[in-house]
Design a protein around this ligand. Structure first.
Ligand code: ADP
Ligand code: MG
Length: 256
């Protein structure tokens, strides 16, 4: 008798399935075997079920990983976005963008509008939709990105950070314009955007109209070069409206 026959097959099977990294098959094979026997389902279909369950679970875990890695500041989805609050914003365009094809085409999105109009909410919603399709996404505010880049440069790991930013299929840079950048800060941010040009998709949100971007970047030449790259393949979302926060707190006060 061989060693394989002498040992409890379940023990060995468990061992092999772990080694093959098939945890869902391991967790499910007995239950599914019972069900398939009851329902008269044949062996190929039994195996197919197990393979499908493993794939579904793998996909779910991958999406979870993508969402965690993106570092979204909050959980917001487009399902909870009230398009009626922004009549000038095309819902059709936003829903089309949520199909994430602009990411495959390496196009950009710029969302412009005053504070509280849902720019961050929308950007997270589009980022989440991309994660759900298995894409790699990163979310960062402009100020934090510049800090991270400066820190990486001081610690001589700037190239590593730049490479990892360039690799993301979608990078979301939120809140450009709230804080003016130092000259090196502006240059570092420019390098990121320029490094992603036609290589990856970028979403930028800003409270400033394009003509005021020079005040953030300091130099007209740099702003021009940046806008040139960013707007070559771009969808602009004009989010001009009243602050949703303000409207909600007013509505709350009126109803109380
Ligand atoms: P911004 O980034 O433009 O300053 P946010 O996206 O942070 O605005 O929105 C402020 C708050 O209001 C968030 O809690 C957001 O979820 C909510 N909000 C804004 N606009 C909408 C909207 N159209 N539908 C639903 N919630 C919204
Ligand atoms: Mg915001």
């Amino acid at each position: 008798m061989s060693a394989t026959e002498a040992t409890d097959p379940k023990v060995l099977l468990g061992h092999h399935l772990k080694k093959l990294k098939l945890p869902t098959v391991l967790a499910e094979y007995e239950k599914q075997a019972r069900q398939c026997a009851e329902q008269g389902i044949d062996y190929p279909r039994y195996l197919l079920r197990l393979a499908e369950l493993e794939l579904i679970e793998r996909q779910r875990k991958m999406v979870e990983r993508r969402i965690r890695a993106a570092k979204f500041p909050a959980t917001k989805s487009l399902d909870s976005f009230d398009f009626k609050a922004l009549p000038a914003l095309s819902k059709l365009l936003v829903l089309e963008l949520a199909r994430s094809e602009f990411i495959i085409r390496r196009e950009n999105i710029i969302a412009l509008g005053p504070s509280g109009t849902g720019k961050t909410h929308l950007a997270i919603g589009l980022g989440l939709a991309a994660c759900q399709k298995g894409m790699t996404v990163g979310f960062v505010t402009a100020a934090s990105l510049v800090n991270q880049l400066a820190e990486a440069r001081d610690e001589k790991r700037l190239i590593r950070l730049q490479t990892s930013l360039a690799k993301l299929q979608l990078l979301i840079i939120d809140e450009l314009g709230y804080v003016p950048l130092s000259q090196t800060g502006a240059e570092l941010l420019f390098e990121v955007i320029s490094g992603r040009y036609e290589r990856g998709a970028t979403i930028v949100t800003s409270n400033l109209a394009f003509e005021d971007w020079t005040s953030v970047f300091g130099s007209e030449r740099l702003t021009g070069a940046l806008l040139d790259r960013l707007t070559h393949h771009v969808h602009i979302l004009e989010m001009n409206g009243d602050s949703y926060r303000l409207k909600q707190s007013k509505a709350r006060k009126q109803s109380s």
